[in-house]
Design a binder for this molecule. Structure first.
Ligand code: ADP
Ligand code: ZN
Ligand code: MG
Length: 645
């Protein structure tokens, strides 16, 4: 499962055939410039026009309906006195036959023709006129220039195309020129205080950030008071946090609260086809902001311009570097007394250029974290304001069941729920809708039409029952929320556990139980069917990863004790730390592997012990799962307790 955060553990069987596509674009990726689209349309247009022109040439000659024949054929017809009249236009000769002739269109089909056309050879035909007169053919002629307009259109077409392209570029340049002159119009958007309705009340949580920014707003509005105390206004404030946690929303709320001119621009807006435009925009934006001070500038997704210079594969990006340099020099250039504050947001602080974070630039960092359980309740309340909800909707319960959800995820959850309710024409959203939406968001869509035969289904049921039973038996494991063998997303079945309350630290006992729970699926397969399946792939990966962390990072192995090897850097970003440093010998590496193996083996053994001891409960869970496809954690618990009575 993709979003398997430590607090939201789902143990699942993976269907290796289906991989879920990544939803988000990598940060900092810029959309293709609009010019490219235009170019493609132009190409299509050109193609169509050319196709039309050439389609006129349907084998009957380019310009008319009569079939073209060889000149010698024409002379033969003339010799046979089969020509009624001839019309000459330059080198082009059209005419009418007396006797129709057969014309072969394809292998089977033929047709007859009366009219024909042909071309006089360029070296001329001295005898033609004499022969025509002799055989009494009616002759007419006209100057050859008549048809030239066709030639003109065809040959001037490429020229026309160039003109059109040139015109479009010219327009774009002009538009940019205007954009640079007048920031309010296109790129950086100036928000007038009176138009902004977003307030801090629309943002749940982030209390620390709110306090801090309130202070800064007050400073901006009444600098003298603070300046008397010798305080200096911070120049740059960087909002850092995972996607969807409300950074952009928060910045908008700052604008709404401050009641000051507020310039927003998104990092990718700077990226244009023309080198130097981004830098100019930065310059203009700062100039404008200073003129209107006190004011706030907000650069959203700053990582798309602010990533480390000279790093990254594929060489540097001129435009980006220029824009970044300009931004840096603007930040340095203005004085704290100028009363402009620059805010920026990013979800990739790790790739930001160090120079941006130096004192006097973005030296204040505010972390916007994933919401806690309480904050999730608050976010739910905010987004449920304009949605009709049933009485039974319990925000606390939803918040408890959505660990690791961002604000945007919660908004999406409620939206999915209202879509579900709308689909069956209900007037309000029920708790059941929200539960269903949650399953959809976490586990993906139910896969319909999968033909799983009974034996396989039984295997899946026992696998999941294994996870669920071990989780219910072991004292430190998170309680089971739901077990399902309905295939969804990549998973053939899922056992969902939810923590009683959110955890920020994990102790060894918890981790060991967790490993045993994950091993429970594989253990059940072995116990019941005396076999193992590929469905446990994801389980085994999780076990190895966690066991290795326990040994190397968390100092939880017997052999090494409280020692960290600290090389287990999970995120290696392009262009930085390409080479991992290994600070221990091969001998130690081998010992680490042994410890990891030992932990996994013990986890498996513990799972197996629990399952063997409660074998008949395992059977009952699996049977019920086969029957109902989905059962709740409470049902599993009651099955276990009944047996114990
Ligand atoms: P970010 O910029 O951090 O990626 P956004 O500000 O774009 O995230 O958040 C997306 C949406 O999620 C917001 O428009 C808002 O509806 C919702 N949201 C996120 N966090 C919160 C929050 N703390 N309170 C209320 N709504 C939130
Ligand atoms: Zn499993
Ligand atoms: Mg954002």
């Amino acid at each position: 499962m993709e979003n398997n955060t430590e607090s939201n553990q789902n143990t699942e069987r993976k269907d290796p055939k289906k991989e879920m596509p990544k939803k988000r674009l990598p940060a900092g990726q810029t959309p293709p410039p609009a010019g490219r689209n235009m170019f493609i349309w132009l190409m299509i247009f050109t193609f169509l026009v050319l196709w039309y022109i050439f389609s006129l040439n349907d084998g009957n000659g380019f310009f008319g309906g009569s079939p073209e024949i060889d000149y010698s054929h024409f002379r033969e017809e003339l010799k046979e006195n089969n020509i009624r009249q001839v019309h000459v236009q330059g080198e082009r000769i059209t005419g009418e036959l007396i006797q129709p002739r057969q014309l072969r269109i394809s292998r089977q089909d033929t047709t007859f023709y009366n009219d024909f056309s042909t071309f006089m050879p360029s070296f001329g035909d001295d005898q033609l006129l004499a022969i025509l007169e002799e055989s009494g053919v009616r002759l007419s002629a006209e100057p050859e220039s008549q048809n030239y307009w066709w030639y003109i259109i065809i040959f001037s077409f490429p020229l026309l195309l160039f003109l059109i392209i040139g015109f479009i570029f010219y327009r774009r340049l002009q538009a940019q020129g205007r954009g640079m002159m007048n920031i309010g119009q296109s790129q950086a958007r100036l928000q007038r205080p009176e138009n902004n309705k977003t307030k801090f009340a629309d943002v749940a949580g982030h209390e620390g950030a709110k306090t801090e920014l309130k202070e800064i707003i007050e400073f901006l509005k009444d600098p003298s008071h603070f300046q008397e105390l010798g305080a200096k206004l911070p120049k740059g404030i960087l909002l850092v946090g995972p996607p969807g946690t409300g950074k952009t929303l928060f910045a908008r709320a700052v604008a709404g609260e401050a009641g000051l001119p507020f310039f927003t621009i998104t990092g990718s807006d700077f990226m244009e086809m023309f080198v130097g435009v981004g830098a100019k925009r930065v310059r203009e934006m700062f100039k404008k902001a200073k003129e209107m001070s006190p004011s706030i500038i907000f650069v959203d997704e700053i990582d798309s311009i602010g990533r480390s210079r000279g790093a990254g594969l594929g060489g540097g990006h001129d435009e980006r570097e220029q824009t970044l340099n300009q931004l840096l020099s603007e930040l340095d250039g203005f004085e704290p007394t100028e009363n402009v504050v620059v805010m920026a947001a990013t979800n990739r602080p790790d790739i930001l250029d160090k120079a941006l974070l130096r004192p006097g630039r973005f030296d204040r960092q505010i972390t916007i974290d994933l919401p806690s359980q309480d904050t999730r309740v608050a976010i739910l309340k905010i987004h449920a304001r304009n949605k009709p909800l049933d009485e039974d909707v319990d925000f606390d319960k939803i918040a408890r069941a959505t660990p690791g959800f961002s604000g945007a995820d919660i908004e999406n959850l409620l939206n999915e729920a209202s879509l579900l309710a709308g689909r069956v024409k209900r007037k309000s959203i029920s708790m059941n809708d929200i539960e269903k939406a949650r399953d959809k968001v976490i586990m993906g869509l139910e896969r319909e039409g999968m033909n799983i035969d009974h034996d396989e289904k039984k295997l899946i049921a026992y696998h999941e029952a294994g996870h669920a039973l071990v989780a219910t038996v072991l004292p430190n494991a998170d309680p089971v929320h739901k077990v399902t063998i309905i295939p969804r997303g990549r998973a053939m079945g899922v056992t969902q556990q939810l923590p009683q309350k959110e955890k920020y630290l994990y102790n060894k006992e918890y981790l060991l139980d967790r490993l045993a729970v994950i091993m429970g699926g594989r253990a059940a397969e072995e116990l019941i069917f005396d076999t193992s399946t590929s469905g446990a792939q994801n389980d085994l990966q999780q076990v190895s990863k966690m066991a290795r962390k326990m040994v190397m990072d968390w100092g939880m192995s017997e052999k090494f004790g409280h020692m960290s090897f600290g090389t287990n850097q999970e995120e290696v970003f392009l262009g930085r730390d390409m080479t991992k440093q290994k600070e221990f010998s091969d001998e130690t590496a081998r010992e680490i592997d042994e410890e990891v193996q030992k932990i996994s083996r013990e986890a498996y053994a513990r799972a197996m012990t629990s399952l063997t001891k409660h074998r008949n409960v395992l059977d009952r869970i699996a049977k019920l799962l086969l029957e109902k496809e989905e059962i709740s954690g409470e049902v599993v618990t009651s099955l276990l307790n009944h047996k114990e009575n």
